[in-house]
Design a protein. Structure first.
Lengths: 233, 233
DNA sequence: GATTTAAAATTGGTTAACCAAACTGGTTTG
DNA sequence: CAAACCAGTTTGGTTAACCAATTTTAAATC
């Protein structure tokens, strides 16, 4: 997902090449779901690359759920069908790095959902954790300190309270990159931080009151300035 | 993201343990953003685990954008702040596997966005690729064959046309698991497939006509049965 | 001829030795 | 005195040898 430094890109290029070759092999040998991939040693021989490179390529395919490695047994093709396998690998190879705009756009989308889900599903324990992060944020801002981290942790607490493990995972994936970009572009200045306390509190109250509509509305308001900023960058 | 087989879980447990220890080390030594983590050898010594385990743990932290490894130089803590680092690592360690319901819920959310974005941003090349996947789907269904894969590839083509690289990546991550669950639970039967042709075509036309509202409406309709199914599982 | 069993080969995972780039400190040089 | 340089050390990355579990093969037994 992150490809920034040159050495990494080079490394990634080799990995992608191997993934492409594995795809070709699947097609050429008519390997079907459930079939076993040739062993890592055989592949590294065939492709004339190190076994480590093959292992990493396989691990990436495993991350996307396309194959599954069984210790002392082999690597098996998952049951998603040849067509989907080809299409998805093709897409993976062509994936480009996420830009800031798409990150923010995605974050807003995810959070307008998590806040609604949190309002309906939140447990008392969720509420307690949200309160903690909210207080930490307040304290920092009132001390005039930078509070980007505490800001985002409050939002992550909402994601956790949403009870949707997939969205929670996705939020965790994009948040560090969001924070780095925020600090890079100085998105949050002091004035917005003071306003942020009020907005965060309102969101918290709406979730506490289990009012999804209001929670979403408050979140939307909270994002309005960010939204505009994002589209002017 | 995927933790299914026992050996993998065990492996994962060790990795998480190491990640926790790295977090403790960051706190104990007051390591700050930009600081260098102790070398892999030192960590593997200190934690009494193999260097490979340490490397994998670091790689996971790198995936989430929390650290960055520089060849022949060291692993550096990313500039997201100590507080966020602690919070996010904590969340990562407690991440649970995505369940089918949360997968579908997330997919619907993402796709109701991608379809709107695709309607406004799609290029002619995007349109061409969507048409191809749509035709492949039609052919399969009209031959009475199973077309789950072609179905999903059409949706991935929309995601690509959305021009949002983040959402595109996220869609690619969840799609294989969606397909597997679909085939496992036999979500799509023949009747729905025939209906699917019509719905897919309508979505395609709306995107071609660059009508975001209509595109979203058609997608929503397309998802209505899936939505109900998801909540009855 | 079918079943059991044991040994040999195969597999992904692990470990440790090795490599080249990069950093470090002191020395030389202008 | 500062800049250039050079050996020695440290670093993440790479390679190859090794391990234990599994699978395969074929021999042994009934």
């Amino acid at each position: 997902m992150k490809l920034e430094i040159y050495t990494k890109n080079e490394h990634q290029a080799i990995q992608n090449e191997i993934i492409g070759k594995i795809r070709d092999l699947i097609n050429y040998k008519n390997l079907e779901p459930g079939d076993k991939l040739p062993s890592e040693r055989m592949l590294s021989d065939k492709f004339e690359v190190s076994r480590n490179n093959v292992r990493e390529a396989i691990r990436k395919l495993e991350f996307y759920g396309l194959v599954k490695s069984m210790p002392q047994s082999g690597t098996f093709i998952e049951d998603i069908g040849v067509t989907a396998m080809n299409g998805i690998i093709e897409d993976i190879l062509r994936l480009e790095d996420p830009d800031f705009k798409s990150l923010v756009e995605t974050r807003i989308l995810l959070e307008l959902k998590t806040v609604r889900l949190a309002a309906t599903r939140r447990t008392d324990e969720d509420l307690k954790q949200m309160k903690e992060t909210l207080d930490a944020y307040k304290t920092k801002v009132l001390n005039g300190e930078d509070a980007v981290q505490e800001d985002l942790l409050f939002h992550l607490a909402i994601a956790k309270a949403s009870g949707n493990s997939t969205i929670n995972t996705l939020m965790l994936m994009i948040t560090p990159e969001i924070i780095m970009n925020f600090e890079k572009f100085h998105v949050c200045d002091k004035n917005q931080a003071m306003l942020g306390i009020e907005e965060h509190t309102e969101i918290y109250k709406a979730i506490k009151a289990q009012n999804p509509q209001k929670a979403k509305q408050k979140m939307k308001k909270h994002f309005s300035s960010l939204y505009q900023y994002c589209y002017n960058i």
